[in-house]
Design a protein around this ligand. Sequence first.
Ligand code: GLA
Length: 725
Amino acid sequence: MYITYDDSLRCFHLCNDRVSYIFRLAGGRYPLHVYWGPRVRRIRDDLLTRLSPYNYNDDTFSLHETPLDVLPQECPVFGGGDMREGMLDVIHADGTRMLDLQYAAYRIEEGKAPLPGMPSARGEGAKTLVLTLRDALSALEVELHYTIWPDMDIIARHMRVTNGGSANVLIERALSACVDFEKPGLSLTTLSGAWARERQMYTRPVVPGDQGTSTCRGASSVQTSPFMALSTMGTDEACGEVFAFALCYSGSFTASVTMDQHYLTRAMLGINPFNFSWDLAPGSTFVTPEAYLCYSSEGFGGMSRQFHTLVHEHITNSKYAKTERPILCNNWEATYFGFNEEKLLALASRAKDADIDLFVLDDGWFGHRDSDNSSLGDWYDDTRKLPGGLASLSEKIHAMGLKFGLWVEPEMISPDSDLYRAHPDWCIHAGDYPRIEARNQLVLDLSRQDVRDYMVGTISDALRRGNVDYVKWDMNRNINCWGSARLDAAHQRELGHRYILGLYDMMGRIVRQFPDVLFESCAGGGGRFDLALMTMMPQAWTSDDTDAWMRCRIQYGTSLVFPPSVMGAHVSAVPNHQTHRSTPLETRAAVAMGGTFGYELDLTKLPQEEIDQIRGINARVRSMQKLLLYGTFYRLRSPFNGNDCAWMSVSEDKREAVVTHVNAQACPHTKPMPLRLAGLDPELDYVDVDSGRIYGGDELMYHGMPLRKIDQGDYLTTQVVLRAL
Ligand code: GLA
């Protein structure tokens, strides 16, 4: 792995054993993108001059002869030679917006410096190139940071903008990365959805003009995901080239693709410029979130395995990040708000019988919260429901031999709360305009230090009082009525980013106080499922939809970027509360094994024989949990293409694997096609641990594994554990 600068070619080359990323300085001044893909030894001079449809001579390079508008760039800015939207857009004190960013210096660092105030990947073993560009007239300085690691085909990028002048500069757009592709026939894949339908996979051809995905909801959101992938024609799970982008950010973002007049495709990613600006005072620096650029020559499967390595090796950071996780039972779908201590203890005791490790008390334990219309902000125990408070409940649960977990929603405030009555200006609101509630609640203004300090105190007290082993940190609405009582007119458009910086500060301060606690993030289901929060919380609730078939789709889409170890997945009751669909327990369990495993149903209503079945399921989960969560992950059949879905995890040494297939509707007189597996050793023989049947790794991968008959009922599962002989 190395980063080099070739002075004669004016070329920077970042490369590890598998990928190269190359850019050069046109005329020694403007960084032009040259290449991103499989490792090349070098790019020769005559290939570099192909960069433009115009005649291009580097020695006599002139913006008049070859405008930046037709060149692939590393850091395009709007308003100069380039007439396309770029990475950076500023307004100078005189109201003009031109920038002429030219190369000033570079340095190569070992590792990677953390991003101030923002989560980012850890830089062990990495190298970083920092390229400095300067606008001579305004003295604005831009640093482009590029990090490469030896163990994955991912390059991290972010930008730092420093005002070296004497007047304030208004940043109207500061994105994290831009790549200009000279490639025909690309397709764009994004993840979009809704509440209970998160991260569905959509692919379409890139056409001239603008396309992409974005959100201005103040959260990475259920509707979209800070990710996009460009793929070459015919790319599937195993073959084809993918160029993917993911952002380490939890707020409003854009991921845009624009194809221009010469079929050059510009892909950019970063904070959404809509409803954003930043007043950059002299001497100060604005830092963008970190973006990850992932190259795969092994289709979408290869891309996901790179992202999964990123998450496991460089993003998740808790003591639980690489360990087995407790099997949990959450009371939400069992009781909703209608519980008291007696009911909770009955549920916990049944959970203990079912060999569950952790009992989680969800929403409704504080203030006077009997429904979702009150008490957020009043994080003191509701002694009507819990006479001895959290402390006593937790003690009783611990005495049963269970761990105890608690739900909180620290970013919110109910208008019906003591906190709101005391501090009506603590919520986000636009002056005297109506404060429009969602789920009967308002959003706390986390841009304010006083609000954050209070919340850190009151939430930490509750966690201490409850002596908790696990926390579910929820966030149940997006932001509207944008405005902060603390920001003046010139700074109101900073609120979205300041909120997210405030969230990272507040969450970080709480999480760091409880290093032994397992944290799971949640946002009305999977509404803030992003890499940034995973640096603090190693798992996230994937969706409020616990229906097994819907979960196949949601988890399949989510797995494009995220490994099973971060996806909260629970077995719930039938008929399912979201879809009213009934699926066999075996199928619900097999699907929940695609994530961090748990239950979310009233166990007291299940007959003993089902509790015994659950004990068996839990033993199975424990016996292969590391493989399920941290194994190398392969998607085998897409629920977006047909009537079934399949995936598998393989151990690093390829000696163990677990394969799961779910068939949706039964089809009479149908012969199931063999399921071709992946990632095994073709030279090894494997035994199906449950049936004792023996197969060759080659047979399983090239011919396929037989599936259970699929005409004997809906939603049948085949789950096979394979062990090398
Ligand atoms: C959100 C979560 C659910 C549950 C409820 C409680 O919807 O996603 O799992 O915690 O809030 O109000």
